[in-house]
Design a protein around this ligand. Structure first.
Ligand code: SF4
Ligand code: SF4
Length: 202
């Protein structure tokens, strides 16, 4: 079977399931990737299309599973962990945000964080560079990995030091497809690389 990039949560689920289930999930991811590649060239439009598919599938699944989410405005423990972003999503965010205004010192620190750093450093240091006044400042264009973060339990479980938050497979499938399409990397790494390549092209 073709080797593809999977979110950590899907990887964890697939390890516990049989080969038939694994094949179904991977086939679904490949089908989304192929459809998107056929319909769009690389860039912000493709990221937007994937986010739309993901939001629709997430809403459908929440309704189907009768989930009552704990997620609400101001709840942001899930914004203190390493988050993956694709190139297409980088293009989309860059079309809305001046990257040079972001906290470069914080991103340089986060770029070198170990798993332990993410779990144990103060929240001020692990907060995503887009988290402003306890809310996502790029909510409409936030990455697929963030869109997949939904939880029905205690929000404290969503901190990396606890790491118990649940998985919504339907949302993780699209997040995996999004990142397979265009070079996934951590938010601070991706932004610092983009800033560097812009500086070099001046
Ligand atoms: S995923 Fe967890 S921390 Fe994030 S908004 Fe939902 S309940 Fe809150
Ligand atoms: S992009 Fe937004 S939702 Fe995602 S981690 Fe950063 S602040 Fe949170």
């Amino acid at each position: 079977m073709e080797k593809i990039w999977l979110t950590n949560k899907i990887t964890g689920v697939l390890k516990q399931r049989d080969p038939v289930f694994r094949r179904v999930v991977v086939t679904e991811i490949l089908s989304i990737i192929n459809d998107m590649k056929r319909r769009f060239s690389r860039g912000a439009n493709r990221a937007e299309a994937l986010h739309k598919v993901q939001d629709e599938k997430t809403t459908e699944a929440i309704t189907k599973h009768l989930m009552v989410l704990s997620c609400k405005a101001g709840c942001n423990n899930c914004c203190h962990q390493p988050v993956i972003l694709s190139n297409d999503e980088m293009d989309l965010i860059e079309s809305k945000v001046d990257l040079s205004t972001l906290d470069k010192i914080k991103m340089e620190k986060q770029r070198d964080f170990t798993e332990d750093d993410w779990k144990h450093r103060p929240k001020s240091e692990t907060a995503c560079v887009f988290l402003k006044d306890n809310a996502c400042s790029i909510y409409d264009v936030r990455p697929a990995t963030c869109r997949a973060c939904v939880y029905t339990g205690d929000p404290e479980h969503c901190l990396p030091s606890v790491g118990k938050s649940s998985i919504l497979l339907e949302a993780e499938v699209v997040a995996s497809a999004t990142n397979n399409i265009s070079e996934p990397d951590l938010i601070p790494v991706k932004i610092l690389k983009r800033l560097m390549s812009k500086a070099e092209s001046l």
